[in-house]
Design a protein around this ligand. Structure first.
Ligand code: ATP
Ligand code: MG
Length: 443
């Protein structure tokens, strides 16, 4: 017997060592694999424990009702908030069909929703009540599917938000909305007062002129009355003809007679001007009724522009071009408010500019009246063009503007079946389009 046996016999330990070594290597490897597995397991275990704590924490502290439902519709897990509601607590709830926790109507809805979930995984959303010791409590329920790793129906999660709380939140929201509305109307009131102040400044200026006219005329009349009185006293005391002739030329009665009618004329003109201004004012204030009449847009624009000019004191005057008269249908006081807002904005924009210009053009276009108010101020940057009609959008300092002018103006235009729009510059170009009074089919 030669061969391997002979070799073994020659060196009996050689093979044994090698075998041992390979066995040891295998054991080593297995051991290190075991250690790695062990580490992995410990790691996973720690993760699982953390996840469990997280879930327990959530279930414990969530104020809404949370129910984890098994594939067969029974309660697998639920939040503390549910246990607190149902008499008997956790033992009464866990493992029980979820529908039984709700009242009859709710149970039917949940049954139907679970069937839907099984079929097409559609999330359901409804109201249902849980009977409690203190009476039925309404909840807003959302029932969503719980899918397994292969995207198949594995149960559901039900979350219920107490509607009592929602209703309270709603009431709070309502309250703060109410407060906001009040604050807003306060701002609107302040804005009205501010524009009333501007208007009054303009009107006061406007009245000043004719009143001083009347004043100067009456002053002159007073002087002439004195002269005539002196003359008539002489006539009555029987003065001679020569004396009277001398007195007449001394008192310059011929000239006084001529001036008398000028003074009377002046006083009347001033009074008429005051009357017109009062009529304008009355028209502006008496249109609370909002009744539409046929009026001259050009005249309204002139009056509105003049009042703002006088109030502004910058000395810039509005140049008028186009039609002298334009009959439109609307509420003149409201339209005058638009004119005043646009002119005020234009005057504000050109204030301090090199050669300030504000222009109002009146035209008929496409059977409509068209009033264009333009200025050579800085214009409106592209990124603000969309915002200028928003209520409360303003770039003016506090106290100078509330940002309501254009939004109110646009609303008024709309109420008239018209439109207020902003055209491309240079400068700012606002166009008010209104129905003409004489358009067939209108008025
Ligand atoms: N002619 C104009 N030129 C440049 N910017 C303008 C012009 N008209 C309006 N704007 C811009 O649009 C903003 C809004 O105008 P709007 O008339 O609505 O409010 P306001 O003038 O700021 O305040 P309020 O009119 O309430 O006094 C202004 O603050 C300004 O930035
Ligand atoms: Mg304004």
């Amino acid at each position: 017997m030669e061969g391997p046996d002979a070799l073994t016999q020659d060196d009996p330990n050689a093979m044994t060592d090698e075998a041992w070594q390979s066995v040891l290597r295998a054991v080593d490897q297995t051991y290190s694999e075991l250690v790695a597995h062990q580490e992995q397991l410990e790691h996973q275990n720690a993760e699982l424990t953390a996840a469990k704590h997280l879930i327990e924490g959530v279930l414990h502290s969530v104020s809404d009702v949370l129910i984890v439902i098994d594939r067969d519709g029974s309660v697998a897990e639920a939040s503390e908030s549910l246990f607190a509601l149902v008499s008997g607590g956790a033992p009464e709830v866990l493992g029980r069909p979820v529908a039984e926790i709700f009242d009859a109507e709710g149970a039917a809805q949940i049954g139907a929703a679970l069937n839907q979930l099984r079929m097409n995984h559609a999330v359901a959303d409804f109201e249902a009540s849980i009977p409690t010791e203190t009476g039925a409590q309404p909840f807003h329920i959302v029932l969503s599917p719980r899918l397994d790793a292969r995207d198949r129906f594995g149960g559901a999660v039900l979350s219920g938000r107490p509607l009592g709380e929602l209703r309270r939140a709603y009431a709070e929201l309502e309250l703060s909305h109410e407060q906001l509305k009040q604050a807003q109307s306060q701002i609107v009131r302040n804005e009205k007062l501010a524009s009333l102040g501007r208007l009054l400044a303009g009107v006061a200026h406007e009245l000043n002129n004719p009143i001083s006219f009347v004043y100067a005329s009456t002053h002159a009349l007073e002087k002439y009355v004195g002269q005539f009185e002196t003359y008539f006293q002489q006539v009555q005391s029987g003065a001679s003809r020569d004396e009277l002739v001398r007195l007449r030329s001394e008192l310059k009665l011929e000239r006084a007679l001529g001036n008398l009618s000028t003074a009377i004329h002046g006083a009347r003109e001033g009074a008429e001007r005051v009357r017109d201004i009062v009529a304008d004012l009355r028209r502006l204030s008496s249109e609370g009724s909002g009744e539409k009449v046929v009026f001259d847009l050009a005249e309204t624009a002139r009056v509105g522009a003049r009042w703002v000019e006088r109030g502004a004191k910058s000395g810039v005057t509005v140049a008028f071009t186009g039609e002298d008269s334009l009959r439109v249908l609307g509420v003149p006081g409201h339209i005058q408010q638009i004119v005043m807002n646009l002119v005020q904005n234009a005057l504000d924009a050109v204030d301090g500019g090199a050669a300030p210009e504000v222009r109002i053009d009146l035209a008929v276009q496409g059977g409509r009246a068209r009033m264009t108010v333009s200025d050579n101020g800085p214009g409106i940057p592209d990124e603000q063009r969309a915002a200028v009609f928003d209520p409360f959008f303003t770039t003016k300092p506090v106290g100078k503007g509330t940002g309501l002018g254009l939004s109110i103006s646009a609303k008024i235009a709309d109420e008239h079946g018209g439109q207020l729009s902003l055209l491309p510059g240079p400068g700012a170009v606002f166009v008010l389009d209104l129905p003409l009074a004489d358009t067939p089919g209108e008025a």
